[in-house]
Design a protein around this ligand. Structure first.
Ligand code: PLP
Length: 448
C-alpha cells in the first residue's frame, strides 16, 4: 500500500512532513472529542477549524441531510428557489442585526468575502460612485484564499506566491494591544488610534476610491485580537463619514463563538454586510453566506438590473436543511447563552497558565482565545524565526496532539496557541485543556 499522502494534497501543509511520517487521520467524532485511526481520543480544542460549534456526532444533522437529499438533492438558486433556502434566508435575516435582511448564499467563507467585495463595487457603480472600489483591512488578518479574498488578507507570507494580486487592498494596523506599548494601559486611546488609522488610510487613498472596510469582530490571525472599547463605534462613524461600507467578516465570529449569533451583536455595532460560513451548519455540510442590508440590494431590485454573480453549490439544499436543523439545536440548547454563562470560567481556566514563564498574553472573548508565547515575559520579547520553527512546528503541534489536545499552534503573527472548542464544552473540557497545555508548555520551556 502507498502512503496516504501520495495522492491527497493537504491544504496549507508542508507535504514533506508526511513523506516518511504518518499523517494524523481523524476517523470519528462525538461531542467535544474526535478519534484518530489509531483509536486515540483527542479533545477538539478548535471545533475542527472554528466549525463544529454544536459538537460532533449529531445524528439529527446527518438525518436532516439525508432527508433533504432524498427529497431534492440539488437545484440552483439561479432564477429558481427551493424551500430550505427560502426558510433559512428568512431565519438568518431574523437573527441578523438591524436591516441585514438579504442573504446571498455561498459554499464557504472565501466566497462570502469575495461576494461582499463584488457587491460593494457593483453597488457603488449603480449609485453613481463608480470609482469606489478599494477595500481596507488589517495587518495579519485572514479573510480567505480566493484572489479577491487574498487581496483583502493581511498575511504577506501567504500572498507572495500569487502576486500580482487584485489591486486595491489597503492595510491598516490591527488591534493587538499587547504589542502596542506606546499606548501603555489605555485601551480606549489605543482603540481610538487604531480606528482613526482607518480614516487616515481612506483619506490617503482618496475617499472617492474606497468602497469597504473588512474587519473581523475578533481578529483571528495573530491570535485573537478583541476590539478595544469604542473601536467599532468609531469605525462606524468613519465609514458613515466617507460613505464606505463596513463589512463584518464573521466567518469565525458568528453562530455563538462569541456568545451571540453574530459578533457585531456582541460589540454593539451595525455592519452593512456580514460574511459568514463555517459553524452555520456546524460543519455537517458546507455553506456560507453574505448577509447584506436593504440599502445594498435596492439598486438591483428594479427593471433589468441584477447582481451578476453566482456559485453552483451556493445555498445547496442539503446544506440549507442542515443549517436549519443546526439552528434548531442552537435554539433548543441555548448554545449562545451557554457561551455567555461559561465564558468567564473558560477565561479563568486559561488564565491559570499565566504562572508559566512562556505565557505572555491570553486574549479573546466567548469561546475564542489565543495564548501568545514569549521568550521573556517582562520584556515581551518574542521568538525569532528559527526558535519559532523549533518551538511550534518542531515540538508544540505534535506534542499537543500526542497529549490528546487538537488545537492550533500558529506563527503567522507572533507565536500563539489558538483555542475555540465546540460550544457544548464546559468546565471538564476547560480543565483538560488547561492541564494539557500546562504540561506541554512546561516541557517546551525546558527544551528552549
Ligand atoms: N474570513 C475569515 C475571517 C476566516 O477565518 C476564513 C477562514 O478561516 C475565511 C474568511 C475563509 O473561509 P473559507 O476557508 O471557508 O473559504
Amino acid at each position: 500500500m502507498g502512503n496516504p499522502t501520495d495522492h491527497l494534497w493537504l491544504h496549507f501543509t508542508r507535504m514533506s512532513s508526511y513523506r516518511d511520517a504518518p499523517v494524523p487521520t481523524i476517523v470519528r467524532g462525538d461531542g467535544a472529542y474526535v478519534w484518530d485511526s489509531e483509536g486515540r481520543r483527542l479533545l477538539d480544542g478548535l471545533a475542527g477549524l472554528f466549525v463544529v460549534n454544536a459538537g460532533h456526532g449529531r445524528t439529527e444533522l446527518a438525518e436532516a441531510a439525508a432527508k433533504q437529499a432524498s427529497e431534492l438533492a440539488y437545484f440552483p438558486l439561479w432564477s429558481y428557489a427551493h424551500p430550505t433556502a427560502i426558510e433559512l434566508a428568512e431565519r438568518i435575516a431574523a437573527l441578523a442585526p438591524g436591516d441585514l435582511n438579504r442573504v446571498f448564499f455561498t459554499t464557504g467563507g472565501s466566497e462570502a468575502v469575495e461576494s461582499a467585495w463584488k457587491l460593494a463595487r457593483a453597488y457603488f457603480k449603480r449609485i453613481g460612485k463608480p470609482t469606489k472600489h478599494k477595500v481596507v483591512s488589517r495587518d495579519i488578518a485572514y479573510h480567505g484564499t480566493t484572489m479577491g479574498a487574498l487581496a483583502i488578507t493581511g498575511l504577506p507570507g501567504i500572498k507572495a506566491d500569487f502576486e500580482p494580486l487584485v489591486p486595491g487592498g489597503i492595510k491598516v494596523p490591527n488591534t493587538n494591544f499587547y504589542r502596542a506599548p506606546e499606548h501603555g494601559d489605555d485601551p480606549v486611546a489605543f482603540g481610538r488610534w487604531a480606528a482613526d488609522e482607518i480614516g487616515r488610510a481612506i483619506e490617503r487613498e482618496g475617499p472617492e476610491t474606497v468602497a469597504a472596510v473588512f474587519l473581523e469582530p475578533v481578529q483571528n490571525a495573530g491570535g485573537c485580537f478583541p476590539p478595544p472599547p469604542g473601536y467599532f463605534e468609531r469605525v462606524r462613524e468613519i465609514c458613515d463619514a466617507y460613505d464606505v461600507l463596513l463589512v463584518s467578516d464573521e466567518v469565525i465570529c458568528s453562530w455563538g463563538r462569541l456568545g451571540e449569533y453574530f459578533g457585531a451583536q456582541r460589540y454593539g455595532y451595525q455592519p452593512d454586510i456580514i460574511t459568514t460560513a463555517k459553524a452555520l451548519t456546524s460543519g455537517y455540510s458546507p455553506l456560507g453566506a453574505m448577509i447584506a442590508s436593504d440599502r445594498l440590494i435596492e439598486p438591483f431590485l428594479h427593471g433589468t438590473e441584477s447582481f451578476g454573480h453566482g456559485i453552483t453549490f451556493g445555498g445547496h439544499p442539503v446544506s440549507c436543511a442542515v443549517a436549519l436543523a443546526n439552528l434548531e439545536i442552537f435554539a433548543r440548547e441555548e448554545l449562545t447563552g451557554r457561551v455567555r454563562t461559561n465564558e468567564s470560567a473558560f477565561r479563568g481556566s486559561l488564565e491559570k497558565l499565566y504562572d508559566l514563564p512562556i505565557v505572555g498574553d491570553i486574549r479573546g472573548d466567548g469561546y475564542f482565545y489565543g495564548i501568545e508565547l514569549v521568550k521573556d515575559k517582562a520584556t515581551r520579547e518574542s521568538f525569532d524565526d528559527a526558535e519559532s520553527e523549533r518551538l511550534l512546528r518542531g515540538f508544540l503541534s505534535g506534542a499537543l496532539f500526542a497529549a490528546g489536545l487538537y488545537c492550533r499552534a500558529d506563527d503567522r503573527g507572533d507565536p500563539v496557541i489558538q483555542l475555540a472548542p465546540p460550544l457544548i464544552a464546559g468546565q471538564a473540557e476547560f480543565d483538560e485543556i488547561e492541564q494539557i497545555l500546562r504540561a506541554v508548555l512546561s516541557e517546551a520551556w525546558q527544551r528552549l
